[in-house]
Design a protein around this ligand. Structure first.
Ligand SMILES: C[S@@+](CC[C@H](N)C(=O)[O-])C[C@H]1O[C@@H](n2cnc3c(N)ncnc32)[C@H](O)[C@@H]1O
Length: 284
């Protein structure tokens, strides 16, 4: 992402206060999403227009007006410049993801993490993605790792609609089964004890749903548990804390053969997103 360009542009329009006013930008397909203070609309529009001039592949500029919130992890936007739409086609690692950024959670900031998880998968594995969104993890795995099957769950109707369309766009429809509903209920009903690997990319619920991830797993399996962990001094504390939280939650329910916390990204001041990669063996 052309960070320097954004900073220079913001400085030209907003002067020395620019860093305070425009503090970050994501590009999803041809949509640019800026996080900026609520200031005179004319100035924001001017910033949006300049952005469209400089980055020809951007067709829509939006300003994020709420944090990511609610059960579906959604955010709302204000239109700043260009076409007034929310749907776009995003590409990463050779995979196409069509998504409405206001109706379905999506972030390009997990691109490296998605690739990391994909590379851990072995041929023939059965997988459960408990919080699948529009499908970026599941489709990447389906495309490159020859899994036996991927069970993708999401509670948001729009996420499942886009996931279905994305399965066809990427020609992986025969590898992925979709479930719309609560992950705990879907696992209990349909995905009991039959997968080698469970993905839990929802830090707000992962710990509470860990027992269902275990339920989905075969006698031995991998669980990838995402958490947001505050830390005081160094981010390494977040790794230790995350690993301890997962071990504590699983203790007594299974043997923990391996548990390794992986740094994913900073999600706030002294808050780290971590993924605890865990290998478990169920108790008989
Ligand atoms: C942080 S998003 C991750 C989406 C996707 N894995 C990605 O990386 O783009 C979490 C997803 O979990 C879904 N979700 C929230 N609660 C759920 C539940 N109880 N059961 C299943 N899905 C749920 C939300 O709708 C959202 O799409």
């Amino acid at each position: 992402m052309p960070r320097r360009l954004i900073r220079e542009l913001a400085k030209r329009i907003f002067g020395e206060d620019s860093i305070r006013i425009v503090n970050s930008m994501d590009i999803i397909g041809d949509i640019a999403i800026i996080k900026a203070e609520e200031i005179e609309p004319e100035k924001l529009n001017l910033f949006g227009e300049k952005l469209l001039e400089e980055l020809k592949y951007i067709k829509v500029v939006l300003r994020q007006t709420t944090p990511v919130e609610g059960e579906y992890r959604l955010r709302r936007f204000q239109h700043i410049a260009g076409e007034d739409r929310r749907e776009t086609l995003y590409k990463e690692h050779g995979v196409k993801i069509k998504v409405d950024v206001e109706r379905v959670y999506f972030t390009p900031r997990l691109s490296t993490e998605r690739k990391r998880i994909m590379q851990l998968v072995k041929e023939g594995e059965a997988i459960c993605n408990m919080f699948a969104g529009a499908g970026p993890y599941s489709i990447l795995i389906a495309k490159y790792r020859k899994p036996q099957i991927i069970h993708s769950i999401d509670i948001n109707k729009y996420a499942i609609d886009y996931h279905l369309e994305n399965n066809y766009l990427n020609k992986v429809e025969d590898k992925i089964v979709l479930y719309r509903g609560d992950a705990a209920k879907m696992v209990e009903k349909y995905i009991n004890g039959c997968v080698d690997r469970v993905l839990m990319p929802l830090p707000e619920k992962a710990l509470d749903y860990l027992e269902y991830a275990l339920e989905a797993s075969r006698d031995e399996g991998y669980l990838h548990v995402y958490l947001h962990i505050p830390y005081a001094e160094t981010w390494k504390e977040a790794l230790t804390k995350g690993k301890e939280m997962v071990i504590q939650k699983l203790e007594g329910r299974c043997d923990i053969l391996e548990a390794k916390a992986h740094k994913v990204r900073e999600v706030g001041p002294r808050i780290m997103q971590v993924c605890v990669d865990t290998r478990v063996k169920k108790k008989k």
